[in-house]
Design a protein around this ligand. Structure first.
Ligand code: PRX
Length: 654
């Protein structure tokens, strides 16, 4: 396994973890899941969920079809995702129920949005989209921050049958253009400005720069948020407010388009092991059923009484599945927060939890570790007694963080669900079920009912209890990706060729004696920095695009807060020597090329990189250097002395 050395320490500490948290009888008595759920038949389970949880314009006539590796679900059904997330709730009399509490980054900017409000907003937005030419099948790119118009725009697209692609608001113009081009977007939706730590951030400005290189984009629809001045391109740019003020918000004027179960709902780009991000395809019925079902059982959602807060950004898959589609399909009341956890102070989240009476909180281990570092006093200033369930996602959680989370945020009683999944899986696949599972800090427990996960060795042999290897999925699941947009070969080679007939997740895992899974991190050239998935090669490409850089190798180093931190080893053209200014310049350069999340935490400028005799950079050894470990086998190096020099340079760094 690529990252086995790196995972070794974690594996030992996790396997020594013996604390156990059985469900309390009170929680178990009221849980949404029933104790026999794991015994249910896979087909019966998904058939029932599909029929009962989703409203169909025309029922499906076949549960699924699997022509390896392509799966289809709920075949020949007709439905609309927006109808399921919005209209049906209003029609059933829940129009006055709150769908979203929106909390802005700036003090006292708030909105309470009921399901009726959401319907009006979505219909108006959809009518505006229609008036600028969007119809079923039009590709719409969305580059918005965490403002109410983001879910509204997504739902408006779903209403019209226009596939959307949301690009995280922290991406650079170049990353935005790459994704919008690959998606062949015709329309781009953006906002004037967002906020970062109270300061305006020019999203439209970045979109303007991106659109110079996206010939398919014909129109840019601009939502006013900060009200700041922005450059304007007549003929291309359209102010949402100009059209929105006269657009009808009556649902009768904009019916929900009946879509086939397998119609494209959205693409979400994610990093893989090459420089080019992958456009992961998600379709309509299986995705919606998968996210709604998992959201209901795993978060034990009681739509009448719960207030659910997922701190992810909607620009990532967690936000799509567990802020927008899953919770809305289940008629949840959710909090959407525009800002960061420590602005204006480090108790911002806890203030939000107290004020809205949050009962379920879903966040990432990296955030929990930041809060641990800041200390529990920020949480203690607030009444968090309503919190009854906690979730984590995005990276392995160390037992200390898990326990801190339960103790200081969950009042020493809330179950913690450590949920494993991916952009590709669309929905949570490995997770505890609250009320049933005896929790182990650091373990994501068991595959969700109907999910067939296993751990394989390199030769596709299943590994039993106590062993470790590669995580695979052996049966299709409703929300699974339907491919990589415009790249079927990559879909096959990336996921299906390593263990033929099985989906290779790219993660290492171990199974313990009880059959519980312990996720060990990526086994490929993908890093996980603060829960963000980044490709080493994407960052290397960005570095070598700088005029000073000759070669670059990037790897992850374990970091106590961010999980992994990015270390870049760089050689400069003409043997030029490094300096603090060049290091700074290269970090900024990566930030500009990809986005601030991809900035290396350290850049080591060196005369040479360690290579094999055939010229391959030995990343394994660089990882040893980055982690300050004893070097592994160096016998295949063309010039072993190179490494000693790099080590010196790396250690000389501040
Ligand atoms: O390595 C796993 C890690 O995050 C990867 C998926 O990243 P992304 O597609 O960006 O989706 C993140 C949100 C679903 C996985 O391959 N990962 C995610 N959840 C966990 C995890 N690793 C360990 N434990 C988890 N609970």
């Amino acid at each position: 396994m690529g990252s086995s050395e790196q995972g070794e320490h974690a594996i030992h500490t996790m396997f020594l973890e013996e604390r156990r948290y059985p469900p309390s009888p009170e929680f178990a008595a009221q849980a949404n899941v029933k104790a026999d759920v794991y015994e249910r038949d896979f087909e019966e389970f998904w058939e029932t969920e599909g029929r009962e949880r989703i409203s169909w314009f025309q029922p499906f006539d076949k549960l699924y079809e699997w022509e390896l590796p392509y799966a289809k679900w709920y075949l020949n059904g007709k439905l609309n995702v927006c109808y399921n997330c919005v209209d049906r709730h209003v029609e059933s009399g829940a129009g006055d129920k709150v769908a979203f509490y929106w909390e802005g980054e700036l003090a006292d900017t708030r909105r309470t949005i009921t399901y009726s409000d959401l319907q009006s907003d979505v219909v108006r937005f959809a009518n505006v989209l229609k008036s600028i030419g969007v119809k079923k099948g039009t590709h719409v790119a969305i580059y918005l921050g965490m403002i109410p118009e983001l879910p509204v725009a997504m739902l408006a697209c779903a209403r019209l049958g226009a596939p959307h692609c949301v690009i995280f608001g922290g991406f650079s113009a170049e990353s935005l253009a790459d994704r919008a081009n690959d998606f062949e977007a015709e329309i781009m939706i953006t906002q004037d400005e967002g906020y970062r730590r109270g300061k305006p951030l020019g999203l439209k400005k970045i979109a303007d720069e991106a659109v110079l290189n996206t010939p398919s984009v014909k129109k840019m629809l601009v939502v006013a948020h900060s009200g700041g001045d922005v450059a304007w391109t007549e003929g291309r740019d359209i102010r949402y407010d100009d059209l929105g003020k006269d657009a009808s918000s009556d649902p009768a004027d904009c019916p929900c388009e009946p879509m086939d179960s397998e119609d494209l709902l959205f693409l979400m780009y994610t990093s893989g092991t090459t420089a080019k991000p992958k456009g992961i395809i998600h379709t309509t019925a299986g995705y919606l059923t998968g996210v709604a079902t998992t959201h209901n059982y795993i978060f034990d959602l009681k739509p009448e009484t719960d207030v659910y807060f997922c701190t992810a950004d909607i620009g990532w898959i967690t936000g799509h599945s567990y802020i927008v589609y899953g919770p809305l399909a289940n008629q949840a009341t959710s909090v959407i927060f525009e800002g960061t956890p420590d602005f204006p102070d480090k108790d911002r989240w806890w203030d939000i939890c107290e004020r809205y009476g949050v009962t379920i909180l879903y966040t990432a281990p990296t955030a929990i570790r930041s809060h641990m570092k800041w200390g529990p006093e920020y949480a203690q200033k607030h009444d968090l007694s309503k919190i009854r369930l906690l979730g984590t996602v995005g990276e392995p959680i160390n037992p200390e963080a898990w326990i801190w989370y339960r103790e200081h945020i969950g009042g020493d009683k809330a179950p913690v669900v450590d949920t494993w999944w991916q952009t590709e899986t669309g929905m949570i696949l490995i997770t505890p079920l609250p009320g049933i599972t005896t929790l182990k800090p650091g373990s994501a427990s068991r595959p969700f009912p109907g999910v067939d996960a296993a751990v394989y060795d390199e030769s596709s042999n299943e590994i039993g209890p106590g062993g470790g290897g590669y995580l695979v999925l052996r049966k299709p699941w409703p929300a699974m990706l339907r491919g990589i947009y415009n790249d079927p070969d990559r879909f096959l080679s990336n996921y299906w060729s390593l263990f033929p007939g099985n989906y290779a997740a790219g993660d290492g895992a171990r199974i313990d004696e009880d059959g519980d899974f312990w996720l060990m991190g990526r086994v490929d050239d993908v890093m996980n920095v603060s829960g963000h998935r980044l490709s080493t090669i994407e960052i290397e490409s960005a570095l070598v695009a700088h005029p000073l850089v000759a070669e670059a190798a990037v790897c992850g180093r374990a970091d106590p807060v961010t999980g992994q931190a990015i270390v870049a080893f760089v050689t400069l053209k003409g043997g030029k020597e490094g300096s603090d200014e060049i290091v700074k310049e290269l970090r900024m350069h990566v930030g500009k090329k990809i986005g601030p999340i991809a900035r290396p935490s350290s850049v080591v400028i060196t005369a040479e990189l360690p290579k094999t005799r055939s010229g391959k950079i030995m990343r394994r050894l660089l990882r040893d250097v980055a982690e300050n470990r004893e070097l592994g086998d160096t016998t295949t190096l063309a010039d072993p002395s190179v490494l000693a020099k790099i080590q010196q340079q790396a250690q000389a760094k501040p």
